[in-house]
Design a protein around this ligand. Structure first.
Ligand code: UD2
Length: 364
């Protein structure tokens, strides 16, 4: 009797254990592998109040699953010892929310590349070349091939109304181009703001499945020096070269309270350019969509923000702090002399004849 009872007990326990192992096995198979590295801070939901009513984004990737362990480095890598005493003293290399402010001399490219490259991230670069701006594609892409995240998987998504006028481009290994058709424009403002709409739609339809990081960039620029993995983070924004030493009162924020981009006097950290910004795909999606929806709201109210999407970008970044701030090395301009604190110009905006190149002419 007793022997029979214990046999039944063993049988029930075995079946139970089998079911538990079976469930754990399938749960682990279903979990996606960890992809992205982190050099960042935790999610900044607290600051998301600004757009939570407007944006119903998909969930961001599983940030809670990322850990400091993702900064692992292989054994035997040789590099200069980092110092706790020596570094840049002429510039500030940290924001007041403790994010890195990246300048030449604040990172070791050998360490950066090693940490990020082993994750093998897919990087999307979204650029627009509408109307006469197709003339800038060759210089942008071919200089990018020499300096932009060399060794990484990069796809240039070129939105254009005239693919035929883009000459053949030489690309390195693991580097691709995807042309996407967009309509021609009568006003340049349509293009700069339209970038937010087309990027939102195309991330939804295509890019989400093809990239881990996304950069939005202006096409009328040329890379001159390394623009590498030190630029990668959850959300990286570039200080506008024209205002990085200016008091906040002089920032060209939108000051009309009727616009969604309004920032009151006395507020502001930095003034960021809309010509180069990047980050994790889902964080960028959220921000691009925010700029799109805010500018649509403005249009309904017959107002266009003073610097179009750049005004909305600056509003967002004031209340949703970027996880890395890149110095103006990450977008200089051929219009301006290079001052002594800019040790390296990584990419520079070309001089152009605004009246000639834009569909509706005009200088800024
Ligand atoms: C500034 C910003 C830019 C954007 C714009 C909004 C810098 C260096 N750039 O640029 O990011 O915020 O102001 O006012 O501060 N484009 C076309 N076809 C056109 C017009 C524009 O393809 O007809 C695209 C192209 O990729 C170009 C980008 O839009 O690089 C920005 O336009 P822009 O270069 O004419 O504007 P700009 O120099 O005033």
């Amino acid at each position: 009797m007793l022997r029979n009872a214990s046999k039944t007990h063993v049988l029930i326990t075995s079946v139970f254990l089998f079911i538990v192992i079976f469930i754990i096995y399938f749960y682990m198979k279903a979990s996606p592998p960890l992809r992205l590295p982190v050099l960042d801070f935790g999610p900044n939901e607290d600051a998301d109040f600004i757009n939570e009513k407007i944006i119903k984004t998909q969930d961001c990737p599983k940030q809670s699953a990322w850990s400091i362990g993702d900064l692992t480095m292989k054994h035997g890598l040789e590099y200069a010892q980092p110092s706790t005493q020596k570094g840049r003293t002429d510039v500030n290399a940290v924001t007041n929310w403790n994010a890195p402010l990246v300048w030449e001399g604040t990172f070791d490219p050998v360490v950066m590349d090693e940490i990020y490259m082993k994750m093998n991230p897919r990087i999307a670069v979204v650029v627009f070349a509408v109307g006469k701006y197709t003339r800038f594609v060759k210089g942008f892409v071919e200089s990018g091939e020499k300096h932009f995240l060399v060794g990484f998987k990069v796809t240039y998504y070129i939105f254009t109304d005239d693919k035929e006028s883009v000459p053949k481009l030489d690309l390195g290994k693991n580097r691709n181009i995807s042309f996407l058709p967009v309509p021609s424009a009568k006003r340049w403002q349509e293009v700069v703001l339209g970038r937010m709409k087309w990027a939102t739609l195309t991330i939804d339809k295509q890019i989400r499945n093809e990239a881990d990081y996304l950069f939005m960039m202006d096409i009328d620029s040329v890379f001159h020096n390394r623009f590498g993995a030190e630029s990668l983070s959850r959300l990286s924004a570039v200080l506008h070269r024209g205002y990085y030493k200016a008091p906040r009162e002089e920032f060209p924020y939108e000051r009309r309270s009727q616009s969604k981009a309004y920032i009151p006097a006395g507020a502001g950290d930095y003034y960021y350019t809309a010509a180069v910004w990047g980050g994790y795909l889902e964080d960028m999606y959220k921000l691009v969509k925010y700029c799109y929806e805010q500018s649509e709201e403005d249009a309904k109210n017959n107002i266009e923000a003073v610097w179009q999407e750049e005004s909305h970008l600056n509003k967002y970044l004031l209340y949703n702090k970027p996880t890395k701030v890149l110095s103006p090395e990450y977008l200089w301009s051929d219009y301006d002399q290079v001052p002594s604190d800019i040790k390296v110009v990584r990419i520079s905006q070309l001089i152009k004849n605004y009246a000639e190149v834009r569909p509706n002419g005009g200088h800024r």
